[in-house]
Design a protein around this ligand. Structure first.
Ligand SMILES: C[S@@+](CC[C@H](N)C(=O)[O-])C[C@H]1O[C@@H](n2cnc3c(N)ncnc32)[C@H](O)[C@@H]1O
Length: 214
């Protein structure tokens, strides 16, 4: 199942470099392995698909559906194209501004949420709170970002990019995200953090949304 947004597409340029150079900046398999992103995760949400660099490999690993979105319609179109080409049936791609409209997913419905290379944008604490809201108790929030290192070949300016301690402080503001990893080294250029939504996994045994509902 994959579709573009049913709502008006916003036109906003993500400012991303071209696709091939962007994709070459990551060892995607290593990153997903070190974060333990695997079939134990059922449904997962992603904020900011970009070119789908992580969306497709994540969808291939998890056992449920990946809901992803981007504020930039061109990124949504490109990710959809890659999803179709790969023949993946468990990805939903939507044009959405998560700052103003959240994820559009039922509260406490997701087993994981990806915030990859996104926490230098405005309102990171708001993004983390929105992510926490859509996670089930015990669900995992995965954040990766550029290392605070002038040698990195791309990435936002050093002033803008958050250090791990800053991400931890924003997560603490949500009052429901507990750090459950060390600062993970994701060579060549990134670090990662994993948080768990407070509460026991069996605290929320609500039924999964019916087909078509999110
Ligand atoms: C630096 S890119 C990272 C893309 C992808 N997560 C990755 O790591 O390859 C950030 C993406 O987030 C999108 N974005 C920024 N603000 C957003 C928002 N408020 N809602 C949804 N997407 C947003 C941008 O358009 C861009 O495609």
């Amino acid at each position: 199942m994959h579709h573009a947004a049913a709502e008006p597409m916003k036109v906003r340029d993500s400012g991303m470099p071209n696709e091939a150079p962007w994709d070459s900046l990551f060892d995607v398999d290593l990153i997903l392995e070190r974060l333990d992103i695997d079939a134990s995760l059922v449904d997962v949400a992603e904020l900011g698909c970009g070119y789908g660099t992580f969306s497709l490999p994540v969808a291939e690993r998890i056992s449920g559906t990946l809901h992803t979105c981007d504020i930039d319609a061109a990124m949504v179109a490109r990710t959809n194209e890659r999803v179709v080409h790969a023949g993946l049936a468990n990805v939903v791609v939507e044009c959405r501004d998560v700052v103003t409209r959240e994820f559009g997913l039922l509260p406490a419905s997701q087993h994981g949420c990806l915030l990859f290379n996104i926490l230098h944008y405005a309102d990171p604490a708001v993004l983390l709170r929105s992510a926490a809201r859509c996670l089930r108790p015990g669900g995992r929030l995965f954040a990766i970002h550029w290392r605070h290192d002038p040698a990195t070949p791309r990435g936002p300016s050093l002033q803008m990019r958050p250090r791990p301690e800053q991400v931890m402080a924003w997560a603490a503001e949500s009052e429901v995200l507990d750090l459950v990893s060390e600062v993970l080294d994701l060579p060549p250029w990134h670090y990662g953090l994993v948080f768990a939504r407070a509460g026991a996994p069996d605290e929320d045994l609500g039924e999964r949304p019916a087909e078509g509902l999110r």
